[in-house]
Structures are given as structure tokens and as C-alpha cells.
Design a protein around this ligand. Sequence first.
Ligand code: ZN
Length: 319
Amino acid sequence: MGNYVVGIDLGGTNLKAGVVDTDGKIIHRLSIKTNSNADPQTISNQILELVAEIIQGAHIEASDIVGIGLGSPGLVDKKGETILFSPNLPRWRNIPIRRIMSERFSKPCVLENDANAAAWGEKWVGAGREVNSLVMLTLGTGVGGGIVLENRLWRGANNVAAEIGHMVIRMDGPLCNCGNRGCVEVYASATGMVRRFKELLRSGALSSLRDRDEITAKMINEAAIRGDKASLDVIEETGRYLGIALINVMHVLNPEMIVLAGGMIGSGELLMNPIRQVTQQRAFEASYKDTKIVFSQLGNDAGIIGAAGCLLKELEISV
Ligand SMILES: [Zn+2]
């Protein structure tokens, strides 16, 4: 049997793949641009070509590969075979990608929601390797969630857990992409923070970013680190919203660890301090005191490593 797994992280902008060994190390990687408007056939072909190419590039044989793990944004069907719907890949509906990959490579394959895969990656070889339960929030363009309980991913009755980004924290809050109002995502995603920052500027707040045509979360993080008051304020507020979300998570699950990942953590302690403050002020002491809140250790690699880890877990090769 082989010693490697191909882990794939399918995103709206990039399709990333890595050859991962059974200790969770990436020994070779490749990334190509995804055309988010491409038809399913084109994206499936891109995935198949990328797998063939990465095996060749890593100077290993196809027989060295145990299987393939694919992490995809959006909803995966109950059997883990089909991507039902992916908000970032609008034309990608009802594609039986697991079967397509298995048939092409004659290897076992798993299909997992990308945030779940990332959470499993952190549990397997990242920040959570010493704990049995963790909740992970990926704070990017949207807010993804993953839950590990007693060393297993919690996928829920219909395989659609854990949409922590769509937990409602304000009943009459702004409209979310999901159609609901007041979700964590409208406050704590990069998009949400930029929206609130622009509101702050419109209300007259002074900022070094005031005259920029385009404002990104990365620019706000960098300005805050330089001491920009409006940027500091909006990050602090983001931390408080996240703190509220984490209190809910703590009260429901009391996990050993909460891992925060994604571009939004670029502001580091500026984001973490208000999160800690709010949770300590407002959560049951027993719920927060033994829950470590930490940043991701695998960073952008969590998706690739986690997808590979999900395959090993399914085959009962790893933890
Ligand atoms: Zn929502």
C-alpha cells in the first residue's frame, strides 16, 4: 500500500493540491486558478489533471498513493458523494465528484466540506493535536465552521454541520448571503468587516484609508497595526461579535479548544483581546475557563492537509 495521499482544496479562486504523507506533511504542492464561472465538466477535468500532474511532479508512482481527499466549499450530500451546491462556484450543482475521481484513479476518495476538512487538519496535526474536541472558525470572505467531538468530525444528521457562520447573533441584523439576517458572517467575515468600516467612514470617522478607492480586510488589519484609530475600532468590534458567537459555541459544546483561522486573523492579538474579554465577561465561567482559544497552526495548508487526513481517517490509517 502507498504512503501518500493527495489532498485537494477547491476554492472559488484557487484549486490547491498537495501530496501529503501519513504524518500530515506536504511533500509537494501545486495550485492553479479556478474559473468560478466554469461549467462542472471543466472544473472536474481541472481536478483530475491536477491530481495526475501532482503525482508526476512529486516523483512518485500512482501506486504510492493511498487515495484522494477533496475539500469543497458548499453542501455535500448525505453519503459524501456529491457536491449539492457551492455558493462560490454557482454552476457547480449535483456533481458526483467522488465517483468521478475514484473511477479515474481507481483509488478510494473522500469528499468533505472544506471547513470540516480544515478543522480535521488542525485536529490531526495542527493546533488541536493534543485535544479530543475542538471547534474551528475560518474567517475569510465568509465564515466557515467545523466541529470535532471525541476525535471525530461532527457532520450532523444531514451532513451539513457546522455552519457556525450562519448562527444568528442579532435577530434584525443586516441581510446575509444565505437569505437570513444577523448571521455571524455578516459581522465577522472579511466582507462584513469592510462593510462596517465603510459605515464608520461615512459617519465621519478619520482614517488613513479614507481616500482609498478599494478597501480590503487586509488593508484594515495593516492600518490597525500602524495605529489607525478607525481600523482599530472596527477590529475591536469584530472581536466582540466573534466573542458573542464563541460564547454560544462554548455554552452548547464546551469544547477543549476553539481554533480561529483565515485572513481575518492577520490582526492577531488586536482581534483576540476583545474575543477573550467578551467571553470572560459573558460566558459561564465553567464554559470558558478550560476552553483554549487559539489561532490556526496550519494556516492556508489546513484544507489540503485536512482533506488528506479525512481520507486516512476514513480508511482507519490515522487517529
Ligand atoms: Zn447567513
